[in-house]
Ligand binder design. Structure first.
Ligand code: PEP
Length: 253
C-alpha cells in the first residue's frame, strides 16, 4: 500500500519570522490532533534549518523546494543536496513546473538533481504534469510518461522507492481550476501503470502518487477517495494552518 501524504509547497512566500510562525502553528495543531497521513512542509532554503529544529518530526517532515544539479564549488547562489540534507530535512521537490518553465530545468538537469538528492539521502517529490495545450491535444499521458522516463526511470527499484510522484496539471496550479476527481484518477491510474511496466506491480502499488493543483479542504475528500490518489501537493492552501489542516483532515473522512 502506498503511503498517504499531504505535502505543502510554500514557494517564494513567508519571510523567516512568518515561516516559523506558520510551522509553529501547524506543529501545535498536529500535536493536538494527530494526522492520519504523512505531513511534509517544503519551505524556502532559509527556513529549513530552523523549521527542522522546531517541528516534531513524528508529525511533520520537512523538505526543500529545490537543490542544485552540482555537487559543490563555484556555483554562486546555489544550494547543494548535501547542504539541504545537513539542515535536518528529509525531502526535496524536484521537477516542479515553475522550475521547468521559469528556470529552464530540462529532463537532463533534473536527472542530475535526482541522482544528487538520492546520493545524499533525500527523498524526492518528483512533479510531472501537462500544460493546457497538451491536455487539449489529449497528450497528457505521453507528457507524464516522457517526464518520468527523462528523469527518474534510470533509477533502480531500490532507489525508486525514495521517489514520490506528484501529478500536477499545469493548468490547475494556482488557477483555482482543479482537475475533477475522475480526471485526476484516470491519469493517476495511468501513471501507476507506467510505473508497473517499468518496475513491476509491487513497486507501483507502493509508490505514492499525489495530486497537485488548486487542492483545498473542500475538494480534497473527493480527490483522496480515489484509489490511485495517495494525497496532495498543496501550494496556496499550505500557507495558512487552518487551510492546510483542513486538507490533512481529509484523510480522516
Ligand atoms: C503547486 O504549485 O505545487 C500547487 C499545487 O499549487 P496550488 O495548490 O496553489 O495550485
Amino acid at each position: 500500500m502506498a503511503k498517504k501524504i499531504v505535502a505543502g509547497n510554500w514557494k517564494m512566500n513567508k519571510n523567516l519570522q512568518e515561516g516559523l510562525e506558520l510551522a509553529n502553528g501547524l506543529n501545535d495543531a498536529l500535536a493536538a490532533d494527530k494526522p492520519n497521513c504523512e505531513v511534509i512542509i517544503c519551505t524556502p532554503f532559509i527556513h529549513l534549518a530552523k523549521v527542522s529544529e522546531l517541528v516534531n518530526h513524528d508529525n511533520i517532515k520537512v523538505g526543500a523546494e529545490n537543490c542544485a544539479d552540482k555537487v559543490s564549488g563555484a556555483f554562486t547562489g546555489e544550494v547543494s543536496a548535501e547542504m539541504v540534507k545537513s539542515t535536518g530535512c528529509e525531502y526535496v521537490i524536484l521537477g516542479h513546473s515553475e522550475r521547468r518553465e521559469y528556470y529552464h530545468e530540462t529532463p537532463e538537469i533534473l536527472k542530475e538533481k535526482v541522482d544528487l538528492a538520492l546520493a545524499n539521502g533525500l527523498k524526492i517529490l518528483f512533479c510531472i504534469g501537462e500544460s493546457l495545450a497538451e491536455r487539449e491535444a489529449n497528450k497528457q499521458n505521453e507528457v507524464v510518461k516522457a517526464e518520468l522516463e527523462g528523469s527518474v526511470f534510470h533509477l533502480t527499484a531500490e532507489q525508486f522507492a525514495n521517489v514520490v510522484i506528484a501529478y500536477e496539471p499545469i493548468w490547475a496550479i494556482g488557477t483555482g481550476k482543479t482537475a475533477t476527481a475522475d480526471q485526476a484518477e484516470e491519469i493517476h491510474a495511468y501513471i501507476r501503470s507506467v510505473v508497473a511496466e517499468k518496475y513491476g506491480k509491487a513497486v507501483a502499488d507502493n509508490t505514492s502518487i499525489l495530486y497537485g493543483g488548486s487542492c483545498k479542504a473542500s475538494n480534497a475528500p473527493e480527490l483522496f477517495a480515489k484509489p490511485d490518489i495517495d494525497g496532495g501537493l498543496i501550494g496556496g492552501a499550505s500557507l495558512k494552518v487552518a487551510d492546510f489542516k483542513g486538507i490533512i483532515d481529509a484523510w480522516k473522512k
